[in-house]
Design a binder for this molecule. Structure first.
Ligand SMILES: [Mg+2]
Length: 126
């Protein structure tokens, strides 16, 4: 089975880098990934077609990653979706706060294929 992924980031360049890094990781994922430029756009797209894993930036206009997390976790139909927050911020407080608010994982940008492979493999085996 190939897992479906959505990458949410306000930088199109960063989305491309993240998608490339994920493809380089040896994971059972679909080659075609969904993209969104902010939390609001992600919510709209997910209503049309949910995915298995979301990698979501924190700092974005319109709706940031923490607001997106709150909205997504308020929808019980999306309980199965794994949400990984992605940010340049790596303070323990931010990470703990994200996990406490329903994020399944947290990864700091920039990350290597090996790092994301490890994080996603842990989530996919749950
Ligand atoms: Mg950003």
């Amino acid at each position: 089975m190939a897992y479906t992924i959505m990458v949410v980031d306000d930088s199109a360049t960063m989305r491309k880098i993240i998608m490339k890094t994920i493809r380089q990781a040896d994971l059972p994922i679909s080659e075609d990934m969904e993209e969104a430029g902010n939390g609001q756009e992600a919510l709209v797209k997910l209503q049309q077609s949910p995915v298995d894993i979301i990698l979501c930036d924190i700092n974005m206009p319109e709706m940031n990653g923490l607001e997106f997390l709150e909205q997504a976790r308020a929808n019980p139909e999306w309980n199965h979706m794994k949400i990984v927050l992605v940010s340049t911020e790596s303070s323990d407080d931010i990470i703990k706060n994200a996990i406490a608010n329903g994020a399944d994982e947290y990864v700091t940008k920039p990350f290597t294929p090996k790092i994301i492979a490890g994080k996603l493999a842990g989530l996919l085996s749950q």
